[in-house]
Each structure stands twice: as C-alpha cells, then as structure tokens.
Design a protein around this ligand. Structure first.
Ligand SMILES: [Zn+2]
Ligand SMILES: [Zn+2]
Length: 105
C-alpha cells in the first residue's frame, strides 16, 4: 500500500478512495500518460500533488509529493471537477485543455 505524506507538514495522508485523495486527472503528453493526483491534508490545510508518469511504472520509489497552497489546490480541484471523465487521457474537454495547457498530444 502506498503511503503518501503531506509535502508540507509530513502527516500521513489517507490514499484510499473516498477518504484521502480529492481529485485526479490524466493526460497524454508527448506519448506519456501523466496523472496528477491531489491529496488534501486536514492537518495543515495544504494540498499535496503527486505526479505519476507511466514510463516510471514499476519503480518502487516512494512517491514524492509537491506541496500546493490551499487556494491554488482548490482552483485545480474545481477545474478537474468540470471534466466528466478526468481519468480519460484522451479527453479534450475545456477542463483538460485548460489544466494541461498546450501540452496535450
Ligand atoms: Zn499537512
Ligand atoms: Zn476532460
């Protein structure tokens, strides 16, 4: 099981669906599938962003999170929420295009 730690305060974050992570979005960038997952820390109020790249699958590294301030995280989570299918890396809705900018294949 993956244990994510808050990138800001070091608390363990719940990674189970419905408990811990808030939002996740996938896109295809230059042939690689990239998934950004946001976790919210109830302890310090910051988000932790975990970026996973399909080319790194199979590595056993402990995932490293990047701290995201609450306000910015809220905006991104809201944007992800506009997409009906954020896990679909082939989705080209407004939310996907805005999130990934011009980087999508
Ligand atoms: Zn925290
Ligand atoms: Zn979309």
């Amino acid at each position: 099981m993956t244990v994510m730690k808050c990138a800001q305060c070091g608390e363990n974050l719940e990674t189970e669906k419905d408990k811990g992570w808030i939002a996740s979005i996938s896109g295809s960038i230059m042939g690689d599938e990239v998934t950004d997952t946001y976790y919210f820390c109830g302890g310090c109020g910051a988000y932790t962003l975990e970026v996973s790249h399909d080319r790194f699958l199979g590595r056993e590294d402990v995932p490293e999170g990047t701290p995201v301030p609450e306000e910015e995280g809220n905006q991104r989570v809201r944007l992800i929420g506009k997409c009906p299918d954020p896990w679909d890396k082939k989705c080209r809705c407004d939310a996907h295009r805005e999130y990934f900018g011009g980087c999508l294949d």
